[in-house]
Design a protein around this ligand. Sequence first.
Ligand code: NAP
Length: 266
Amino acid sequence: MSPTSNKGTALITGASSGIGAIYADRLARRGYDLILVARNRERLDNLAARLTTDKGRAVEVVAADLGTDGGIARVEEILRTDASISMLVNNAGVGASAPLLQSDPAKMHAMIMLNVVALTRLTEAAAPQFVERSSGTIINISSIVAISPELLNGVYGGTKAFVLAFSQSLHHELATKGVRVQVVLPGATSTEFWDIAGLPVSNLPEAIVMSAADMVDAALAGLDQDELVTIPSLPDIADWNAFDAARRALGPNLSHRRPAQRLLAS
Ligand code: NAP
């Protein structure tokens, strides 16, 4: 890809480390200018300097705490007013490994605020602009715990199930309006996420841990193949399609005037 080609600007949340920093690198290579959002300004500045020098892209840094109303509002304003933005990568997120009964309710609340509320509000800010231009891409980072909620903390799984369902609904609503949606369900990926979640990644079997670089490259290959739901580890997309078809097959029986026969008092 020529460094001079321009596909507009990608705004990436959680770009200071891990998966988000790799998205920044890969999207710069693909010809996007960047707006990098996270709390750690020093890390963002270092990444921005490297990408500007190596890839020749324009890179802006926004140090904002998306766990706060004020931080979300700052980024919403950018999404509403910067007409160059053609892609939103909702990646910022935190996890937890402890069971609910051993978790701090304040930390669970903060997780919901970042993983659900911030992601929703930034999408609500970007989507109308993309619809108006009949173009734009929204990439939401969910997790395999969206469909395997027994694996880690249940609130974390719930937030990621929200991201999956929200993205499926967004696709349903926006696909005919020229807006692309992709939701990515990474398995265990080698980042600082695990230290912050209280379970260093070295505790996991190597065979189930992907590098962040491989994860993002696979996710972008899924985007190129027009996948709505990308599970980077899943060998055969037919397995996901069968899972989704089973869900849809329930449709005709999910709402009836009368309760099911098995639930009627005898
Ligand atoms: P990471 O290296 O810890 O990155 C998390 C990013 O989110 C950092 O850039 C962090 O930057 C930012 N962030 C955290 N709190 C924030 C806040 N309040 N406001 C703004 N930014 C905030 O972990 P990662 O693995 O790359 O995680 C990225 C996404 O992938 C998350 O949504 C995570 O749930 C998802 N995911 C990860 C895995 C995995 O195994 N690693 C698996 C499935 C899904 P600052 O600290 O500078 O704010």
